[in-house]
Design a protein around this ligand. Structure first.
Ligand code: ATP
Length: 239
């Protein structure tokens, strides 16, 4: 099995602040890996560094067993097969659902033929988006917006999907819908790296998980192992 993502000794931050300290982490092809940790632990920064939105200061990052991601532009990283569903969704509120989806296809390597196929895939996964194609994204419900943010990332044909806090602000029922969709995307062969506050749900669906504290990986294990880990239960599950 190949490595969809391999990170070693990764350091990153903002200005004088270092947020990530020597992070080692990997995702094998086809895995669903979740990263949990308290607010401010550096989870979003980690995903943004993989995507080229924050510059790495030290360490190495490679994707699909070959491509070094260091120094690549965010656009080039999307083209290499890495999609990012950002925290807070970051849709274009005054553009329609369809237009938002098309914006996700902007960085496809072989553009148009795949765009139609990907659109069908997204609409099969989230039929609600097909019904709302002409609606402005800013008028969608929170759950629909999250579906659109995931759909937009899928339009770029990713082999690796980074997903940041998809359940934020959603009802438990809608969160379940989103988690199910992520499992389905994963079952279709897309490797998923998921950052989540909903620790219980994310550990349940994860093959493996990492705990990030103050910018360092402090624990790693299968989703099931970490669900049963007393430290994780005390810190993140209030059990
Ligand atoms: P949360 O679960 O609250 O989203 P997180 O684990 O995703 O937290 P990050 O958003 O990565 O954490 O933030 C890690 C640290 O980096 C925090 O102390 C935050 O204030 C700081 N930080 C994040 N973005 C910036 C920025 N653009 N400029 C300066 N500091 C930042």
């Amino acid at each position: 099995m190949g490595r969809a993502l391999e990170i070693s000794g990764l350091r990153a931050g903002y200005g004088k602040i270092t947020v990530l300290w020597d992070v080692d982490l990997h995702a094998d092809d086809g895995e669903l890996v979740t990263i949990i940790g308290a607010n401010g632990a550096g989870k979003t920064t980690l995903l943004r560094t993989i995507s080229g939105l924050v510059q790495a200061r030290a360490g190495s990052m490679s994707a699909f067993g070959a491509t070094s991601l260091l120094g690549l532009s965010a656009a080039r990283i999307v083209r290499s097969g890495i999609g990012h569903v950002p925290e807070g969704r970051q849709l274009f509120p005054l553009m329609t659902v369809r237009e938002n989806l098309e914006s996700g296809a902007e960085y496809l390597s072989r553009a148009k033929p795949n765009a139609a196929r990907n659109r069908k895939l997204v609409f099969d996964l989230f039929p609600r988006l097909a019904e709302r194609g002409a609606q402005l994204a800013g008028t969608l419900s929170g759950g629909e917006r999250q579906m659109l943010a995931i759909g937009r990332a899928l339009m770029s044909d990713p082999r690796l999907l980074l997903v940041d806090e998809p359940s934020l602000g959603l009802s438990p029922a809608l969160s379940l819908t989103v988690f199910r969709a992520l499992r389905q995307i994963n079952a279709e062969g897309v490797t998923v790296v998921l950052v989540e506050q909903n620790v219980q749900q994310s550990l349940r669906i994860a093959d493996r998980a990492y705990v990030l504290e103050n910018g360092e990986v402090v624990k790693e294990g299968s989703g099931r192992e970490l669900l049963g880990d007393p430290g994780v239960r005390a810190a993140y599950l209030s059990l």
